[in-house]
Write a protein that binds this ligand. Structure first.
Ligand SMILES: [Fe+2]
Ligand SMILES: [Fe+2]
Length: 201
């Protein structure tokens, strides 16, 4: 097992790399996401190294959230032109971390796809996706969010399915496209359920 990268070790206790672009309010959100992930990681009885990784993505996912999206596109070593402004900060952060020597692929995928979701998520990706959406600072539908938080960490898959389902329904209701990655995550989670429930239709 390789040692955790210093940026990951630092982020787990709220110390961000010097290239971070995140304002005060954003940092408060990141802190709440990180606290949830730490609590869930400990609740699962994960080893301390994994708990640190979970706590770290709580901070690192939005480490470039307040940077100018066009500047992020220019600075990136991977093409980001096809992505809308509000999505760019995830893959840009993952790229920056990778360039700096972070080689933890599940952690990088969690950060890169935290806005869209991904069918390739490991547990750390699902947990970040859920924590980002359910953190107690989000004001919309607080009871629904609190109920889902109560089902964590045991209910990781069903809670992730509820969250991505909500997101898909929202996009459809607005008449907006649903990104392939988002549908991919939905399908992976929904496939874990029995086909027998089709008889309820
Ligand atoms: Fe974000
Ligand atoms: Fe976030």
């Amino acid at each position: 097992m390789s040692e955790l990268h210093p940026w990951v070790v630092g982020a787990a206790r709220g110390a961000l790399p010097e290239w971070a672009v995140a304002r005060k309010k954003r940092r408060a959100h990141m802190g709440r996401v990180s606290a949830l992930l730490r609590e869930w990681g400990e609740g699962r009885g994960d080893d301390p190294r994994d708990v640190e990784r979970w706590a770290a993505v709580g901070y690192l996912h939005d480490v470039l959230r307040d940077a100018d999206p066009d500047e992020l596109r220019v600075a990136s070593s991977v093409p980001l032109d096809h992505l809308p402004d509000e999505v760019v900060h995830g893959p840009a952060a993952a790229d920056r971390l990778r360039q700096g020597g972070v080689a933890d692929e599940p952690l990088l995928a969690a950060i890169a796809f935290h806005t869209l979701g991904s069918p390739n998520f490991d547990d750390i990706g699902k947990a970040l996706y859920v924590a980002d959406f359910l953190e107690p600072g989000r004001k919309l539908q607080p009871k629904w969010r609190a109920r889902l938080r109560d089902e964590m960490p045991e209910g990781l898959n069903s809670v992730a399915q509820a969250v991505v389902g909500k997101r898909v329904q929202f996009l459809i209701k607005k008449g907006r496209p649903v990104p392939t990655e988002t549908f991919g995550l939905w399908n992976i989670l929904a496939r874990g359920r029995s086909w027998a429930s089709a008889s309820e239709l």
